[in-house]
Structures are given as C-alpha cells and as structure tokens.
Design a binder for this molecule. Structure first.
Ligand SMILES: *Cc1c(COP(=O)(O)O)cnc(C)c1O
Length: 491
C-alpha cells in the first residue's frame, strides 16, 4: 500500500510513502496528510470467510489487505493487546438496544474510552518501528481527557519512546486526571498546565513547529513524533471495528449478507467516521454514515450545507467534551479521496485564510452520497441518557448524541449501528445528573450514585485510581513547558 499527500508535493517530502513512513512522519507537504493512494477491496466472499474469525484474525486480514510494511511478529504482538480488553474473545460487543438500534461498544479497553481501540496496537507498532531504525522518539500529546490516558497506557515502558503529555489543570474529569497522574513509568511525564485545553494545545503546536526545540532534541538524539488522530497508524485500526460490527449483525441474524446498514458515529476529529468511510469504500454494505455532534456543530452544517465555516463560531464547553472541536482534521482525507489533492490544497488554504470554504453544488452532492448529520444539545442528551436507562441501557453523553440522530437521520428502516465511545465511568457526573437529578462535583460521588441506581459495580480499574499514589505532581506555567520537557529527556 502506497501513501500519497492530500495537498500535493512540495519537493521536500516523500511523494510516495510506505505505511511505516506515514506512521513516523504523518505530516506531509503544505501541512497535508499521508493518505492511501488506493483502497483494497473487501469482497462478499471474504466477508463470508471472516464470519468465523476472531476479532484479532479479522484485524490481521484487514492489515494484510493494506500490505503494511510491518513484520508479522510485530502485528501479532500488537494484536495481543486486545487481550487487555474485558472479554479477550469479544473485545467489541455489539448490543441490541431497540428494534433496529444496535450499539457497538468500543470502550472495553484499559482506559475505558474508544481511543484504546487504535492506540493500544499503535503503541506496539510505533515502538517496534523506532527500535528497528535505532531511533529515539519523543511523543508530545495535549489532551482534554481521553487521548492522554490512552497514549500513556499504550506507551508506558516501551523501548525507544518517551511521552510528554500536557493537560489543562482543572479542565479534565477526576477520573481522566487520575488515569494520567498515577501512570508510573520512567518514560512518561505528565504535566498540568495553568490554563485551558486551547492553552495546552497551542503550547504543543508552538513546540512542534519550533526549530530551536527540534535542534535541542537532536543534540540528545531524539526525534519528534505525534500520536494524534491524523496518524494513519491509528486510522487503520479504526477500519477494522466497522467491518467487525457488520459481521456481528450477520452473526446475530439481524441482517443478511449484502444488506445495507447505517453507521452512526459521535464525531470530533473524524477519525472514527473516516474508518467507516474507508470500510464502505472497500466494499462494506453501508447505506449512510450518520455524523453526530454536540452544540459545536460545524460538521452538521458542513454536511447539510456544503459550507465549512469557522466564522462567528466559538468553541463551547459541552457535556461531551471529546467532541468539542471546530477544526475536524480528518475531513481533509475525505476531500482528498473525493476531489483530489489540487482541490484539497485549495480548500484547506481557504480555511486557513478565510476561516471558511464552500463546496460546489456537485461536490456537496458527493459528500451527501456518503454522510448525513445532526447535532444534539446537552439537555437533549440528558433526556436520551435517561430514556435509554429506563429501557435498560446505560450510556455516556457522547453516545447519547447518536440516539438523537438515529431518530432524525435514518430515512430507511435499516439497522443502525451506533458507536459507543466511552464507558459511563468516564463522564459520571453528567450521567448521574441525568438519572437522579443530583449535582456532583466529584466523580467518586457520581460513580457511587450511578452504581447504586443501576445496581452495578464500579469497574476495578476505575475504583483503584482513587487509592493510587500520585506520581506526576507538576502543574506549571505555559512558559516553562519546554524547560520541563528538556529536563525530563535529560534524566
Ligand atoms: C475522541 C472521542 C470522540 C471523537 O472521535 P473522533 O474520531 O475524533 O471523531 C468521541 N467520543 C469520545 C468519548 C472520544 O474520546
């Protein structure tokens, strides 16, 4: 599989890159992204032959289709990480909640959010590639909550990789913060920033583009890399579970082979939805991909109007914070796949300059062949959480946004697979408020209240967090981040 650049080539970057290069150097010319030149095909015969396959074997079959240049032994080690999920034989349960409504639960990994689906195997692959090349990498991450814990968990104690993770002090839930600051390994440094997520993110961007900082790293023999969701090494693992969800509906006799289904995705940076789009283009029978958003509904407007417009928009803090995003990076790969690199370059330049771009009528029609979209307010989300609980299903506020679009976007009576991206334990105060009306300031109170209301246990990996020693104590000013990271690398 060859990867090419979404914004064309500037003479400084590889024109064609293998998978390993695309993983280690995700950024390409003009700020574009490496994307597959051509997608492999998934035939009906192949789907049939995969009906009896385990999740791991399905994953290996998909990776084989992409002909990734990673040794089979490394892939095997990466796949073994799905053994850390609740049920090693069924890492991703697909649950029928209602007539035609199925939930594919992507959160049964070690950090209880769907980021584990891709980051768990990705950590093994990245570390193996770095070892093979005899290179040391520093991964910088800025997190508002879910990416940080998942990145730390996958990279801890891995050779040739160090991780510095920035989070806004006071800007994450208790559980998310504890998942980070209790993570004890020599190759990890977690740093609280006095400020909000934007401050952390901007500090990170400044460092990533600073040639002085890179020069200092080079002196120490360290290269920079990123584990954010534009990295194709994450996207590839997000194609697999869409195929898996389809196979599960077949196994449960909910559909016949060839029958189309809806994929319903709570979206932020569009990695999850992009995985579904690729699976569809590879041959999975899909009717439409439903894109669900919260009040930050730039994607809803884009899909419904063909206009991506950041003007007069400000990021609003919602109860589904992992979707509080205005610049949804992986949309670029959709534009590239449908309209080519020249047009993508043009549109991305317009977005940079005018904070806005408008697709032609024809282009907009192409987008609507694949996607429909709606958004859900926090208040509506709470009602859906309450209603689903009354029907016997406990879900988190990100997943809840899809319960609305299930009602508003599904035009045909086909099965709808909603992707559940977080366990209830990660956003417990919102859920407790929806279920009992209580207002909790601390996660531990909300967790206990929900557990009692629902008659379930708090999972041990969440409960134990509250008793673990805090390893990472620094909370610093933005101006001191670079110094803090260089000290960490020196140790
Ligand atoms: C990251 C995340 C999302 C958004 O996923 P994208 O692939 O960025 O669109 C949704 N829900 C939760 C809980 C997440 O952690």
């Amino acid at each position: 599989m060859i990867f090419i650049e979404t914004r064309g080539n500037d003479g400084q970057h590889a024109v064609e890159a293998p998978f390993s290069h695309a993983i280690l150097n995700p950024l390409s010319s003009f700020g574009g992204l490496y994307s597959p030149q051509q997608l492999p095909q998934l035939s009906e015969a192949m789907l049939t032959s995969l009906l009896d396959a385990s999740y791991k074997d399905l994953a290996k079959a998909v990776l084989e289709l992409f002909q990734v240049d990673v040794e089979p032994a490394v892939i095997d080690r990466a796949m073994a990480l799905y053994d850390r999920f609740d049920d090693t034989d069924h890492p991703v349960p697909v649950v029928r909640v209602r007539e035609d409504l199925y939930v594919s639960e992507l959160y049964h990994g070690p950090t209880r959010a769907f980021k584990d689906m891709a980051l768990q195997p990705f950590g093994v692959v990245l570390s193996a590639l770095a070892q093979l090349r005899g290179e040391q990498y520093l991964i910088l991450a800025a997190t508002s909550g879910d990416t940080g814990p998942a990145a730390l968990e996958t990279f801890k104690n891995r050779d040739n990789i160090r991780v510095a993770c920035l989070y806004p002090d006071g800007g994450t839930s208790d559980v998310q913060r504890l998942q980070m600051v209790t993570e004890d390994a020599d190759n990890l440094r977690v740093i609280g920033i006095q400020g909000n997520f934007d401050d952390a993110q901007n500090a990170l961007k400044t460092l990533l583009s600073s040639s002085a900082f890179k020069a200092k790293l080079k002196e120490q023999g360290v290269s920079l890399s990123a584990a954010n969701s534009v990295n194709f090494g994450r996207i590839i693992f997000q194609i697999i579970y869409h195929v898996h969800s389809y196979l599960e509906l077949l196994r449960q006799d909910a559909i016949k082979l060839g029958e189309r289904i809806y994929l319903n995705v709570p979206s932020g940076n569009f990695g999850n939805a992009l995985g579904g789009y690729y699976a569809w283009k590879m041959g999975l029978p899909v009717e439409k991909i439903i894109i669900s958003s919260n009040h930050n509904n730039v994607l809803t407007d884009f899909i419904n109007s063909g206009r991506y417009d950041l003007n007069k928009r400000e990021l609003v803090a919602t109860t589904s914070p992992a979707m509080d995003i205005l610049i949804s990076s992986n949309i670029e790969r959709i534009l590239f796949d449908l309209f080519g690199s020249e047009r993508t370059h043009e549109l991305m330049q317009q977005l940079n300059q005018d904070r806005c771009y408008q697709l032609s009528e024809q282009e907009h029609a192409r987008i609507q062949e694949f996607f429909v979209a709606d958004y859900c307010s926090d208040e509506e989300g709470k009602q859906y959480i309450k209603q689903a609980f009354a029907d016997g299903y406990l879900m988190d506020p990100h997943t809840a946004t899809c319960f609305k679009s299930h009602e508003t976007c599904r035009k045909k009576p086909l099965k709808d697979v909603i992707y559940s991206t977080a366990e209830w334990t990660k956003f417990s105060p919102v859920i407790d408020n929806a279920l009992t009306g209580q207002v909790d300031t601390h996660d531990i109170d909300a967790l206990k209240s929900i557990a009692e209301t629902a008659g379930i246990e708090i999972p041990s990996m969440i409960h134990e967090l509250f008793d673990k020693p805090i390893v990472h104590k620094s909370v610093i000013d933005k101006a001191d981040i670079e110094k803090e990271i260089l000290v960490f690398l020196d140790q």
